[in-house]
Design a binder for this molecule. Sequence first.
Ligand code: NAD
Length: 329
Amino acid sequence: MKTLKCIVAGFGFMGQTHAGSICNAPGMELTAVVDALPKEKIKPAAGNIKTESVSWEQLENVPFFQSLDEALHSVEADAVIVATPNFLHTDAVLTALDAGKDVFVEKPLCATLSEADQIRKKAEKTGRLVQVGFVVRFNQPYCYLKDTLTSGTLGSLQYLQMHRYTGAPAWWQGVDEQEKMDTALHDLNIHDIDFAISLLGEPENVRLNQNLHRKFNTSLFASTWNFPGGTPVQIQGGFLRPSTVPFRAGFMAMFENGMLEFTKKFDSMALFRHTADGSFEIPLDPQENPFQKEILSFAECVRNHQQPEANVHAAIRDMEWIEKLVHKM
Ligand SMILES: NC(=O)c1ccc[n+]([C@@H]2O[C@H](COP(=O)([O-])OP(=O)(O)OC[C@H]3O[C@@H](n4cnc5c(N)ncnc54)[C@H](O)[C@@H]3O)[C@@H](O)[C@H]2O)c1
């Protein structure tokens, strides 16, 4: 197996998480780290969810750079992992594609639909792959929900409710009110929107609870989506004040013959299957790391030059549906 050499750009919480996945994966090598900060100023980072991060010892021989261009000119790399703040994704993705590298970029793909179009065109022109970090697709309970739906073991899906809340992140507190508009949707709840569409296909329509959305100045939302076949899906959540509110996510999936119920807190999660025969907790493998699975799946796509499922087109479609949701298009 050819070793896949990767540069990680943006070395905060997610960059360190992906570096950990790369350093612990067979057949992958971290050849450089890029961050706006010099190495001595970078600290081990933590986020609103618990992830396996890289250990500082693993970085001993990895060179650090303050620009992606410099790293691309200095080390060998097949791929670039972009984990900079959202508004900087486009620049890094275009730079990496121009250098002929495959790209994994954290969600959301970028800040605007016109930037997304630039990325799509560049990916097509260069023929390189772009995978977007929709890690929920690799999360055990969501995979179990997908398997239950496709295997038909509980019959057809009648209703799905998904939620994701967290205390407002530190970066959001400093953003002015106009800039804050719908950042929670683009930054956090896009995970559930992406998952629902990947599970059920193109929605027929969507409706936003306008009162709630206005009342909380767009930081909270509740929405109802209709999919072909008549499955209603409710997706809700957002950024909460005070910022100390812990992370929460989950779903309730009602099938013809039973129900799945999942809750996730900061570092614990539980999945239940309720049927007429009783309620059972579905064992989740605590060793299974969705971020690791996601990076391994990206590596597999790069090796086989095969389009990832969470690709640019899926990410653009998600962004377009958020536009429709918010602007009633
Ligand atoms: N998939 C998930 O579950 C998940 C969770 C959290 C964050 N994210 C995404 O990951 C990305 C990063 O978020 P984070 O929480 O790690 O942020 P963070 O603030 O912890 O890290 C961002 C890093 O980028 C660096 N940076 C800033 N400008 C740069 C530049 N021009 N070039 C290189 N580095 C630069 C910063 O110094 C910082 O170290 C965002 O896109 C975010 O939406 C995804």
